[in-house]
Structures are given as C-alpha cells and as structure tokens.
Design a protein. Structure first.
Length: 160
C-alpha cells in the first residue's frame, strides 16, 4: 500500500512540474532538457519504489500512474472547467500580423523559434499571419491572412 501512496503523490508532483515547465513538446526539447526528463524518470522510480525491486511493487507503481492518468483524462472529458485547469488554454502569439511579445515571454518562446515554426508551415513573413496560436499540446497553429486583409492593412498604413 505504501508504494501506491508514494506513486500517487509522485504522479501529481510530476504533473504539476510538467505544467510549470510549459507547453514545449518533446520534439522542441534541447538535448539537455531530454536528458533531464530521462533522469527525472530514474529519480521518480527511486522515490516510488525505494528498495522494492519486486514485480509486484513495479506493477503497483505503474498501475497507480495509469489509474491517475485515466482519472485526470476522464475529469477533463467530463468537465470543461477541469479541462482548462488541467490542460491549460491556447495562447495567441501573433494577431493580425503583430507579435504579442507578452505571450511569447510567458510561454518562453523566442522569436527565432516562432520564425522557425513559421518557415516549417510555409510562411515567409509575420505580416502574412492572421493568427498564430500555441496550442495546449505545444504545437503552434498558423492561420494565414486573406489577400484582401493584407491590401486593406497596407491602405490603412499608407493613409496614416
């Protein structure tokens, strides 16, 4: 029973820690961040099972983690409020061709990372983006501006 309690406590500690670390997805991690995540796995195992190397202890720990993950998944599914709290909310990074620097800073995304993601999406200029949204899964979604939006903005800028 001790393993189950330690596994549950460690699961929620890990969950909170990963939420604090941000929305960065695995593919965007630096090699050092990946090593830290792997090392965390070993540290978690030591904290959960201590000196218990039995199959029963491992099964209890893994089952507790799976049960906690399933419970959070169901809670998110059943309650929109819980989903916002557990999964977070998307963050707007670009709106109508303008970068929202406050959101970049909050999500710890550099301009070079944002520009790299734009290039991968086939977008050459920030002015061509109507919306760039950092989704809760760490991916950035881009919605291009319509041609008439660009000409309207150019006309508005030339009139000013």
């Amino acid at each position: 029973m001790d393993i189950v309690v330690r596994a549950a406590v460690m699961f929620f500690a890990l969950y909170v820690l990963l939420r604090v670390l941000g929305k960065r997805e695995l593919g965007q991690m630096t090699p050092f961040e990946l090593v830290v995540i792997v090392a965390m796995g070993d540290l978690i195992q030591q904290g959960v099972t201590q000196d218990d190397y039995s199959i029963t202890g491992a099964i209890l720990a893994i089952s507790t983690f799976a049960l906690c993950a399933t419970a959070l998944s169901w809670l998110s599914f059943l309650s929109p409020r819980a989903e916002r709290m557990l999964d977070g909310e998307p963050s707007i990074l670009i709106q109508d061709g303008g970068v929202i620097r406050r959101n970049l800073e909050r999500d710890r995304i550099t301009m070079s990372e944002l520009e790299s993601e734009m290039r991968l999406a086939g977008i050459a200029h920030i002015e061509d983006v109507a919306w760039a949204i950092l989704e809760t899964n760490g991916k950035i979604s881009f919605i291009g501006r319509q041609p008439d939006d660009k000409s309207r903005q150019r006309n508005d800028n030339s009139a000013a």
